[in-house]
Write a protein that binds this ligand. Structure first.
Ligand code: F6R
Length: 588
């Protein structure tokens, strides 16, 4: 959430590198963007409302600079609130990611010291605070350390100083990484910003600052001491971040599920068995996550109950603190997060750490903060997910959860077999005819303003997840319900031809969900059945492969992802960057 880029070179112009890097970070926020460079000792700043990929900005001269793509938190989407922000003297420019929790207090103090604020962001206080420390005789490094130590919350920022021609980065809680290509130095919120240039990186850890001035020097925020860091070569091909032949990342990522399920379950058997033992021995187990990842955590309750006869609890990560009195050293907290950087999950894991509970992570990013906090980090190996709406990561997470549940019963090989069979069926399912069939449904219903999705058992969290998907990509008001719940209130919203999508699986819930569909059909609903078999109640049938009930969560979700995609397209939206959202939610 918010993308930061920085660049310095001895002989190359910075602007194109910053611009290209920022375009690759656009998934982190796309409300507005801006750049700052230093040219002949002057600080130059340009900003614009909108997306960096679709608007152009006048290139700025200079061999050092910073850029930012914003997801607004404090203050509306205006040019004044767009980063970079300057100090009063116009010597410094700052870009920032995170939320400064004590910003009101800090701002009041700086206003008393006669600093002039131009916008409403919390970021502006960083520029003025550094300026204040410089005024009282600190050098730039000391002023950044002084400011960094004042900030409460999860933050990362970079300050560009036109007097010393230096750039200093600060990290505490929000991601930042350095890339090195001969004499060029990159700095970014995510490696994606510069992987097309270099795969040689240096990691910045929390409570560190980095001074970039031709060289790269790391310092500890607490005592100002120098830290030695290694350069590491990352084994990742930048092509994995490209769209290839697809128009949108979302469709590309949906189609990649032909392979990603099999990759997700290709895990080290010893590690799976070890974690299964931890789950079996734990006094209590909590699955946590946010948004779509929370729906996966919710699914885990059903998976463990059905496969392993084991009770586990699902808590949305943002609510986890309320359960902290249940946490013991024998508690296991299993965090699900595609990005591995979600602020609410990190906060929850801090609570778990305080209570000395054990942590397992299921992420898509090996170097993420959440993976680093875990006692046992699992990777789903889905490859980068660029579209804001999560698709391939979701099904990969569910597959891994199912595998873990099988391992808990001593049936890891059986679990592997079941899931490989599902992966093969998904591969067959995602063919051009199938896409056309779902597109035709989207064309029929895209003008509707409401849609309901119902499911029972494991398909209940899938109904909730389908609703998130439709809502975020098409902006249709879609709601998911447990099949039995519809008649306890929401049925009042069913009008003639309101789409109601029933997620059906072969198994004990089949007859009941069909009855629920009949109930709403008699109130005029247009019934879409996602089911292995057709039924006379369906007005439109989306066939899914016949798999066991647990795996129906996987095969039923995929057509719903495609439907969301086509609904978004028919409604003319940018499906990869839905309004008001961002991919990596690094603020609480
Ligand atoms: C919706 C979606 C979000 C994320 C949520 C958590 O499609 O992607 O709801 O699931 O913001 O993100 P991660 O998984 O990165 O922790």
């Amino acid at each position: 959430m918010c993308g930061i880029i920085g660049y310095q070179s001895q002989n190359k112009e910075a602007f194109d590198k910053l611009d290209e890097g920022l375009k690759r970070l656009e998934y982190r926020g796309y409300d507005s963007f801006g750049f700052a460079t230093i040219s002949e000792g002057n600080l130059l700043v340009e900003k614009k409302i909108g997306k960096v990929s679709t608007s152009s900005i006048k290139p700025l001269p200079g061999k050092i600079g910073i850029g930012h793509t914003r997801w607004a938190t404090h203050g509306k989407v205006t040019e004044k609130n767009t980063h970079p922000h300057k100090d009063c003297a116009g010597r410094l420019a700052v870009v920032h990611n995170g939320i400064i929790e004590n910003f009101q207090e800090l701002k009041k103090d700086l206003i008393l010291k006669e600093h002039i604020f131009l916008g409403e962001t919390d970021t502006e206080i960083i520029a003025h605070s550094i300026e204040e420390f410089l005024k009282i005789g600190y050098n730039l490094k000391q002023a950044v350390i002084g400011t960094g130590n004042l900030l409460k919350g999860r933050n990362a920022f970079v300050v560009l100083d036109s007097t010393t021609n230096k750039m200093i980065a600060f990290r505490n809680g929000s991601p930042l990484i350095i890339g090195i290509k001969e004499s060029e130095i990159f700095l970014a919120s995510d490696i994606q910003a510069f992987l097309h240039e270099t795969n040689e990186v240096m990691y910045i850890d929390d409570n560190e600052i980095v001074v970039i001035n031709g060289g790269i020097e790391f310092f500890n925020l607490k005592n100002g001491e120098k830290i030695e860091k290694r350069r590491i070569k990352i084994d990742l091909d930048s092509n994995v971040f490209e769209k290839g032949d697809y128009k949108d990342y979302m469709l590309k990522e949906i189609m990649e599920q032909k392979e990603t399920l099999a990759k997700a379950i290709n895990q080290d058997a010893q590690k799976i068995l070890h974690v299964a033992q931890e789950i079996n021995n734990a006094k209590n187990v909590f699955f946590i996550g946010c948004g779509t990842a929370a729906r996966v955590a919710h699914t885990a309750e059903y998976v463990f109950s059905m496969v392993a006869d084991r009770q586990v609890n699902f808590i949305p990560a943002s609510e986890f603190e309320n359960y902290k009195h249940f946490l013991l050293p024998e508690t296991l907290v299993i965090a699900i997060s595609q990005s591995g950087e979600t602020a609410d999950v990190l906060e929850a894991l801090n609570v778990a750490k305080e209570k000395k509970s054990r942590i397992i992570s299921i992420t898509n990013s090996p170097e993420s903060t959440i993976a680093k906090m875990a006692d046992f980090p699992f990777l789903i190996n889905a490859g980068p997910e660029r579209a804001v709406a999560s698709t391939k990561a979701t099904t990969a997470q569910i597959a891994l959860v199912i595998l873990l549940a099988y391992a808990c019963t001593g049936e890891l090989i059986e679990g592997d077999k079941v899931l490989l069979d599902v992966a093969g069926k998904v591969n067959d399912m995602l063919n051009p005819r199938y896409k056309e069939h779902i597109k035709a449904l989207a064309e029929k219903i895209f003008k509707k303003e409401n849609a309901f999705i119902i499911g029972r058992g494991i398909n209940y969290p899938m109904a909730l997840e389908s609703a998130i998907k439709i809502m975020e990509v098409s902006y249709i008001n879609s709601q998911g319900f447990a099949g039995g719940e519809l008649k306890h209130g929401p049925i009042a919203l069913i009008e003639e031809n309101t789409p109601v999508i029933a997620l059906v699986s072969e198994g004990k819930t089949k007859e009941e969900i069909i009855s629920n569909a009949i109930e709403v059909k008699s109130r005029g609903a247009y019934i879409v059945g996602v089911s292995p078999e057709n039924n006379e109640v369906f007005d439109y049938w989306i066939k899914v492969p016949e798999v066991d009930e647990v795996a129906s969560s996987l095969v039923n979700l995929i057509p719903m992802q495609l439907l969301s995609y086509y609904l978004g397209k028919f409604r003319g939206h940018d499906v990869d960057c839905p309004r008001s959202l961002a991919k990596s939610v690094t603020v609480k």
